[in-house]
Design a protein around this ligand. Structure first.
Ligand SMILES: NC(=O)c1ccc[n+]([C@@H]2O[C@H](COP(=O)([O-])OP(=O)(O)OC[C@H]3O[C@@H](n4cnc5c(N)ncnc54)[C@H](OP(=O)(O)O)[C@@H]3O)[C@@H](O)[C@H]2O)c1
Length: 300
């Protein structure tokens, strides 16, 4: 009997880390791939890839995308749901279509909604990977959150750095929240939050002034040297980070039982403890509840 086609649904496949992860995942024969991307995005140059419009800055666009996916898969379940898109802005003045701070809306609220809407379509034994960041952790990043304040983050009185860090904590707690659902265990779904670590040469550095961007990339060896003192300064390549993301998505790499956080530490995949807040079930439940409220979903 022929093997069933393997299905992939992905955001953030059009640039940086995601381009490399997507190329590796979609290249395997028998993979059916759907990506959600903005009309302005660079389309992957691969046969058979379906691109559906998705602007994560609008919750109604997320709902339309989620509603379109099952039909495009002809009822096949999703084997790999990779929620990798992300943005870092220069300040917190921009708002989403729904009036929320843009980084928090795009990175966290949109992906929380998308994960919940598509979860029923994820296959038995399927995998969900959300790309987070070690900037969620106050031990590593000064602007990281120390308490849950979803409504406050959505209005963002703080800095661009704190808005980004809060959104990445949102990704991590969403992955933890999915892992804690009874249906996830029943259907043997693996939920992972992946931190690629500092990765040079991606579109994320568009937020930084041009000269700083160029200097950062040219100084990669210096960052690697400095990482002996501070491991978070190790600068990965998009190729390596994308490769590891793909391996976590297709099951080549798997976290130990009970672990959700997968992190590149000095370029090596590890499964360290995330921040204290990210280990707190009460924080996870609060984020889940308040995100449901803001995205118009029931809490459970
Ligand atoms: N680079 C790092 O140092 C680093 C460190 C830790 C975590 N991360 C995380 O890694 C992930 C990938 O980032 P990257 O560094 O590879 O950056 P990137 O090159 O800028 O890629 C970001 C991806 O997100 C998509 N995206 C952004 N805004 C969107 C929107 N409103 N609607 C739909 N798609 C949108 C982009 O689409 P377009 O092609 O349309 O722009 C692109 O495909 C992000 O979640 C980021 O937070 C990165």
């Amino acid at each position: 009997m022929p093997e069933r086609t393997r299905t992939l649904v992905m955001t953030g496949a059009t640039s940086g880390i995601g381009t490399h992860a997507f190329a590796r995942l979609a290249a395997r024969t028998g993979t059916r791939a759907i990506i959600g991307a903005r009309p302005s995005s660079t389309r992957p140059d691969l046969d058979g890839v379906e691109v559906l419009p998705l602007d994560l800055s609008s919750l109604s666009a997320v709902r339309e995308f989620a509603a379109a996916v099952p039909g495009r898969l002809d009822g096949e379940p999703i084997d790999m749901l990779v929620l990798n898109a992300g943005a870092h802005f220069r300040n917190t003045s921009a708002r989403s279509a729904d009036g929320f701070e843009l980084a928090f809306a795009v990175n966290h609220l949109a992906h929380y909604l998308l994960a919940r809407l598509l979860l029923p379509a994820v296959a038995q034994g399927g995998r969900i990977v959300l790309t987070t960041s070690d900037t969620h952790d106050p031990r590593i990043f000064r602007s990281a959150p120390t308490r849950i304040d979803v409504r406050g983050w959505a209005q963002a009185p703080g800095s661009a750095a704190s808005a980004y860090a809060a959104s990445k904590l949102g990704n991590l707690l969403t992955a933890e929240g999915i892992a804690a659902l009874p249906e996830t265990a029943e259907r043997q779904i693996t939920s992972i939050a992946f931190n690629p670590g500092l990765t040079g040469g991606t579109g994320l550095s568009r937020a930084f002034p041009g000269p700083l961007r160029q200097v950062m990339n040219a100084l990669r060896p210096v960052f690697i040297l400095l990482s002996r003192l501070r491991p978070q300064l190790y600068m990965n390549t998009p190729e390596h980070a994308g490769d590891v993301l793909a391996q976590l998505a297709d099951g080549t790499l798997t976290p130990p039982a009970g672990r959700v956080y997968a992190s590149l530490v000095r370029g090596q995949l590890a499964f360290p403890d995330p921040s204290a807040l990210a280990q707190d079930p009460a924080a996870r439940e609060q984020l889940w509840r308040e995100s449901a409220d803001l995205t118009g979903l029931p809490p459970a």
